[in-house]
Write a protein that binds this ligand. Structure first.
Ligand SMILES: [Zn+2]
Length: 425
């Protein structure tokens, strides 16, 4: 056993060395932001136009360039043009895809503005964007080529935004860089914003496993002054002139917040190392949202804001599903029970071996009764992701289920740790 372990280390080291070399071989300092307009309905999507912007700093890992999680609804891939080697990939979800699941998308075509970041390639690359089909299989829907030598990549350093690091100061490619951006704060409220960010930072570090990995995390704050305080609340006919046009009542759901144009946010982050975007809304109203590797949004001053941030960040950062199953949310057919869902913390038992089956002790019944004797075990509890039947969660309770529970279940905890490791290696 000891000999086997000794053998493993050199092999692992060699693999990691190869990955680090890939960055130096294929990429140079800086990052490319690809802005695009995506259009479609419930049945299709297409990219109408796209452009590239050269930005200051690559904040992601230089060792983990290829996505090993395959979470999310969209997958960006970059291939070296000449060798056809996959040199970068990243899974994410988007507001467009969420809109595709509501009833309106069956009868309407809509456009959304989005962007995605990748490290600056040295040579010509092929870029492919995939979306999941109805069987959750990634299918390419957009292909293009980027040749940095000839393609008109624009650079706009004038929009480089100042930022303040409120935790970390670790090298950005070896840390998870969480960036808080202000929305609905007026020019005289910068101190309030920084104080709010520090409060959310302290809250994050009160929760395991984040508390155990503070030395792998940077927290940055970017202040954008809005003309007016607050944010749009269409249901109450409240309209505010704010920097990012964030709003409540997304898809008609009062508490669901969104930013309509992601490119507008990133226009002011071009010099900021970023792995996770958090838009902090200056409001007392309850609300928020988290979309995997896209953004996290939440309000500053609601009494439940501290928990909401932790919960939404579970979606936006770790790709976790909701573990609750009674909701006003109006998505149609949210989970297909004949397929294994993508998220790591729910299962339909179609491919349970690929989820947390190895963590369930033989003595635990499947499905596991929702009784107090199973309070602290990893099991298979029916009801998750807005569905009471045929979708299962790993524990009776979890921060992805209940606001008052106070911790993540062991399966969610493990995935958060893996995700921090991905960004910080
Ligand atoms: Zn959980």
């Amino acid at each position: 056993m000891v000999k086997k372990r000794l053998l493993l280390f050199p092999v692992l080291f060699f693999v990691l060395l190869l990955q680090a070399n890939d960055y130096n071989t294929y990429f140079s300092d800086g990052r490319i932001r690809m802005n695009y307009t995506i259009q479609g309905n419930s049945a299709y999507q297409e990219i109408l136009e796209h452009s590239y912007i050269l930005e200051g700093v690559w904040g992601g890992s230089k060792a983990n360039l290829v996505d090993t999680f395959s979470y999310g609804r969209v997958m960006l891939e970059g291939y070296d043009f000449y060798s056809n080697k996959l040199i970068y990939s990243r899974g994410y979800s988007n507001l467009f895809q969420e809109w595709q699941t509501i009833a309106e998308a069956k009868t309407t075509v809509k456009k959304f503005r989005e962007c995605v970041l990748f490290p600056r390639p040295k040579n010509k690359v092929k870029i492919i964007i995939h979306a999941r089909d109805s069987n959750l299989v990634f299918q390419p829907f957009f292909k293009t080529e980027l040749d940095p030598a000839v393609f008109p990549v624009t650079s706009d350093p004038s929009k480089n935004q100042e930022y303040q690091t409120v935790h970390g100061h670790y090298p950005s490619h070896k840390a998870l860089d969480i960036v808080f951006v202000s929305e609905g704060y007026t020019s005289d409220q910068k101190d309030k914003f920084i104080g709010d960010v520090e409060r959310f930072r302290d809250n994050l570090f009160r929760w395991e496993p984040y508390s155990l990995y503070q030395n792998k995390i940077n927290v940055h704050a970017v202040f954008l002054a809005s003309e007016e305080q607050g944010v749009d609340i269409p249901g109450d006919s409240i309209w505010k002139s704010t920097w990012l046009d964030a709003t409540f009542y997304t898809f008609g759901i009062e508490r669901y917040m969104s930013v309509p144009d992601l490119t507008k946010v990133y226009d002011y982050l071009s010099g900021v190392p970023i792995d996770q975007l958090c838009v902090l809304i200056n409001s007392e109203k309850y609300g928020g949202g988290g979309i995997y590797n896209f953004y996290n949004i939440f309000t500053s001053d609601n009494e439940r804001a501290a928990f909401l941030f932790i919960h939404e960040f579970g979606h936006g950062f770790a790709g976790l599903a909701d573990e609750y199953f009674s909701s006003e949310v109006a998505y149609e057919d949210f989970v297909r029970t004949d397929l294994e869902p993508v998220e790591p913390n729910i299962t339909t038992l179609v491919d349970f071996a690929g989820k947390w089956a190895s963590l369930v002790h033989d003595s635990i019944p499947v499905p596991t009764p929702d009784k107090s004797q199973y309070d602290n075990v990893i099991g298979v509890f029916e009801g998750a992701s807005y569905q009471a039947k045929d979708v299962y969660r790993p524990a009776r309770d979890c921060a992805m289920k209940t606001s008052t529970y106070g911790k993540f279940c062991p399966v969610c905890t493990e995935h958060i740790i893996r995700m921090i490791g991905f960004y910080s290696y």
